[in-house]
Design a protein around this ligand. Structure first.
Ligand code: MTE
Ligand code: MO
Length: 213
């Protein structure tokens, strides 16, 4: 993966910045709704039932593992990083999808650049303040639509939807995006997360209907 993929993600991101503003996608089309999904216009809440309230002055995002420059970012340092917005669709494995979610925050590629993962790093293991975990191949995290989001539709993400910061990986089922994110560990070997251990697919592509392993 690596260099080329990383560079092309950065280039795509730069083009979006230049285009200025993030516009909703075209009208919903059949090929936009993954098989077996139903469109919803509200925003259901799905989590373990624990809503960890972390005061912002105690919040940190830990970036560690196979990286040249491990980081522990506090809220101010995290928010001082360049901010992006991206509009994407959200697909929950329980069969609801929500179109045109406007997320704002820090691009994964931005964090990647700061921590400088070693060549051996191939996977990212995410942990939430509620104890939730999930895992995504590093190559997929480098897509230009992967964010650590702090904003939804221009407003801070509510606690029920994973605030103050959550991970968004639009091309995978939504369980691959950790709400209340606490840490990202870069690993050379894959390590299954909460739902992956319990039989969910490790690949999680909604268009291939990769729901269960
Ligand atoms: N920390 C944490 N993140 C999580 C979960 C969770 O239980 N805890 N559930 C996942 C699942 S299964 C889905 S569908 C989405 C739901 O996000 P929402 O509650 O904002 O709709 O969060 C994902 N991220
Ligand atoms: Mo889900």
């Amino acid at each position: 993966m690596s260099k080329e993929r990383y560079i092309s993600a950065k280039e795509a991101w730069a083009r979006k910045q230049v285009a200025k503003g993030v516009r909703p996608r075209e009208e919903a089309s059949d090929d936009r709704l993954p098989p077996g999904q139903k469109l919803t216009t509200n925003f259901p809440v799905l989590d373990l039932g624990i809503k960890p309230e972390i005061p912002l002055d105690e919040w940190t995002l830990n970036l560690a593992g196979e990286v040249g420059n491990p980081l522990n970012l506090d809220w101010a340092a995290f928010n001082a990083l360049p901010q992006v917005e991206d509009v994407s669709d959200f697909h929950c494995v329980t069969t609801w999808s929500k179109f045109d979610c406007r997320w704002g925050g820090v691009a994964f590629t931005e964090l990647y650049e700061h921590v400088r993962p070693k060549a051996e790093a191939k996977f990212v293991y995410f942990t939430g303040y509620d104890g939730y975990t999930t895992n995504v191949p590093l190559a997929q995290c480098l897509d230009d639509d992967v964010l650590i989001a702090t904003h939804f539709d221009g407003a801070p993400i509510s606690l029920e939807h994973g605030g103050p910061a959550r991970v968004i990986v639009p091309k995978l089922y939504a369980w691959k995006g950790t709400k209340f994110v606490k840490s990202l560990h870069f690993l050379n070997e894959d390590k299954l997360g909460f739902w992956e251990i319990r039989g969910y697919s490790n690949d999680a592509d909604p268009f291939k209907e990769e729901r269960y392993a």
